[in-house]
Design a protein around this ligand. Structure first.
Ligand SMILES: Nc1ncnc2c1ncn2[C@@H]1O[C@H](COP(=O)(O)OP(=O)(O)OP(=O)(O)O)[C@@H](O)[C@H]1O
Ligand SMILES: [Mg+2]
Length: 220
């Protein structure tokens, strides 16, 4: 589904440049659940940004569905990300003044047109999928941290992505709540969703199907 060839990336320029990814070649198979692990500063988030096309690497190539995506134009990348990719982060980035249901539908809401009933129902189905039936009309502030992350997952699902990228999705949650979120991700993967997840929790990494270990920007 997704493959990189010899990704190299540094931050800064000239003598102060620091190489953060060094010749990284990885493969994320279709229907895979791949965890990316390593110490703080090893380059995990940078690698996730590169494969999710948020960041163009200095060198190397990323292929998605056998198509090179590293040389796409800005608008082609925007389209690809809109159609195929969803990303969730440690912090859920929900809008505090919108309900769970509205947050989930945000990618589709158009201020000029009212949402149709089919779209509203799809949003409710995505919330039900992550166990939030009955809490659709709560504001993020009326939900627990784990529930807020569930809303973020529902929002990531609403456009039926080909691949879900997650950067420390359980990073701000307690152990039990983090395990619940991991259970949801496993279920989604069982249903066919390809997932690439950064984590520093060994237990969570072991719940994925494959693990990529990064050390100082290199794969081991
Ligand atoms: N925008 C940036 N500009 C300069 N340096 C950066 C930038 N982003 C990250 N770095 C540096 O690159 C290295 C790798 O960062 P990255 O965020 O990829 O690590 P990480 O493995 O995700 O760490 P953590 O587990 O703490 O999230 C770190 O040394 C970091 O300080
Ligand atoms: Mg990180």
């Amino acid at each position: 589904m997704l493959k990189t060839e010899s990704i190299t990336h540094s931050y800064g320029e000239g003598p102060t440049a620091v190489t953060v990814l060094d010749d990284v070649s990885i493969t994320i198979p279709e229907n895979g659940f791949t965890s990316i692990v390593g110490r703080s500063g090893s380059g995990k988030s940078t690698l996730l940004s590169v494969i999710s096309s948020l960041l163009r690497p200095e060198q190397g190539t990323v292929y998605f569905k056998d198509r090179e995506i590293t040389s796409l134009s800005g608008s082609e990348i925007d389209r690809l990300r809109k159609d195929e990719f969803s990303i969730i982060f440690q912090s859920h980035h929900l809008l505090p003044y919108l309900t769970a249901h509205e947050n989930v539908l945000l990618p589709f809401l158009d201020s000029l047109r009212p949402a149709n009933e089919q779209l509203l129902e799809h949003g409710r189905t995505c919330l039900e999928r992550v166990g939030l039936k009955g809490k659709e009309n709560r504001l993020p502030g009326q939900l627990s941290g784990g529930e807020q992350q569930r809303v973020a997952i529902a929002r990531a699902l609403v456009k039926s992505p080909s691949i879900l990228f997650a950067d420390e999705p359980c990073g701000s949650l307690d152990k039990a709540t983090g395990n619940e979120i991991m259970g949801i991700l496993q279920d989604l993967n069982d249903e066919g969703l390809t997932i690439a997840m950064v984590t520093h929790e060994r237990v969570h990494a072991s719940m994925a199907k494959d693990t990529i270990l990064l050390e100082d920007g290199r794969t081991l």
